[in-house]
Design a protein around this ligand. Structure first.
Ligand code: AP5
Length: 256
């Protein structure tokens, strides 16, 4: 079984600490992965994380972890957030920002980060700027994954997710070695509730309205790196690495 970073500090928040702390990289990568639901951000985050050593920080994974808790262990805001998520709607900025602020230390982590699913609105992007300043770090780039809608829907309908470590598989494009079992931790694989057709439609609409404008937000800051998300996960991963190399380690034009 391959080992995967446990991300406990990010997934649980509060005083939780990671069991496997990152190596202290001299050149930590700090990236945002942008793109429509199902385009493959989580898949690329896993591949990039394994190569670059940066931690995969997904806000969706925070909510899915909270879903596994007993109802009495969740705050009312989290219970409400899970209901938004089930319908495919965005969770209110206030709730998301409180969760991310509580995990601000993960942004300053010496191993770097790959933010996936955050920011998702201009208000969240502004808040991220502030959090990064507080941690005295800057974004290297925003990788923006682009693909036509029909292909995205096919990816979502075949997705299976690990209940334990949240690793992502696809029934055809990225099947697990043993049916229904996670390659990384041996956890069982399940289909996400928000991958039903009615939730997918709501998620796509929320993306177009609230998240797509972030492309111009980051283009203006000289951070946007568009990546064609067609082809196999490994091909897109290679494209991502090449785009990062081509960009070099040029600092952001505007402070993050
Ligand atoms: P979140 O968990 O962030 O979901 P998402 O953005 O909708 O993205 P997905 O996880 O669905 O897709 P992905 O791009 O990571 O694709 P993946 O790699 O899995 O958010 C869920 C919900 O939480 C939101 O709807 C909202 O309610 C709430 N939320 C979270 N953050 C929030 C925020 N900041 N503000 C407000 N609300 C927030 O790939 C998809 C499938 O395709 C997989 O099966 C994969 O194996 C397969 N695949 C990947 N690449 C390829 C390929 N190249 N070819 C074929 N198949 C592929």
């Amino acid at each position: 079984m391959e080992t995967k970073r446990d991300r406990k500090a990010w997934l649980k928040g509060g005083a939780a600490q990671c069991d496997t702390p990152p190596l202290d990289s001299k050149t930590p990568r700090r990236l945002v992965l942008l793109g429509a639901p199902g385009v493959g951000k989580g898949t690329q985050a896993e591949l990039l994380g394994a190569r670059l050593g940066a931690c995969h920080l997904s806000t969706g994974d925070i909510f899915r972890t909270a879903k596994g808790l007993d109802a009495c262990e969740r705050t009312p805001a989290m219970t409400a957030a899970l209901e938004y998520m089930r319908r495919g709607e965005l969770v209110p900025d206030e709730t998301v920002l409180a969760l991310v602020a509580e995990r601000g230390g993960c942004l300053g982590c010496c191993g770097g980060f790959l933010l996936d699913g955050f920011p998702r609105t201009v208000a969240q992007a502004d808040a991220l700027d502030k959090l990064l300043k507080e941690q005295r770090v800057k974004l290297d780039a925003v990788l923006s994954y682009e693909l036509p809608l029909e292909q995205i829907v096919a990816r979502l309908s075949g997705r299976r997710t690990c209940a334990g470590c949240k690793a992502v598989f696809h029934l055809e494009a990225r099947p697990p070695k043993v049916k229904g079992v996670c390659d990384h931790c041996g956890g069982s694989l399940y289909q996400r509730e928000d991958d039903r057709p009615e939730s997918i439609r709501v998620r796509m609409a929320a993306y177009e309205k609230s998240t797509a404008p972030l492309a111009s937000f980051y283009r203006r800051r000289g951070l946007l790196v568009p990546i064609l998300a067609d082809g196999s996960p490994e091909e897109i991963f290679q494209r991502s690495l090449e785009a990062l190399t081509a960009r070099g380690r040029k600092p952001a034009t505007v402070a993050g």
